[in-house]
Design a protein. Structure first.
Length: 94
């Protein structure tokens, strides 16, 4: 059976509609991949920033810990010196 002009026209419109749907789908897929890439890049940047802050916090925390340990050692030394000098009893008869 021969195709009529109307049949050919309908088939052409159907093909054009399919091509348009496929184009939009590919466009949307590309946009989604771009958005995902942006989201992941931002998440990675945020993670790096947090790691940097944690390292900075750890360094200052370590410095604080060292300072506190130094103070404790100094105070301990003072206590030992005080006990050694002022805490001696004279030995003699009771």
């Amino acid at each position: 059976m021969a195709q009529t002009k109307a049949d050919r026209s309908a088939a052409a419109k159907k093909g054009a509609a399919t091509r348009e749907r496929n184009r939009k789908k590919a466009e949307s897929e590309a946009a989604g991949k771009k958005a995902a890439g942006t989201r992941q890049r931002r998440a990675a940047g945020e993670s790096a920033s947090q790691a940097k802050g944690a390292a900075r916090g750890a360094v200052s925390g370590a410095a604080t810990a060292v300072r506190l340990a130094g103070n404790a050692a100094k105070q301990g030394g003072k206590a030992i010196a005080t006990r050694a000098s002022g805490g001696q009893r004279k030995r003699g008869k009771k």
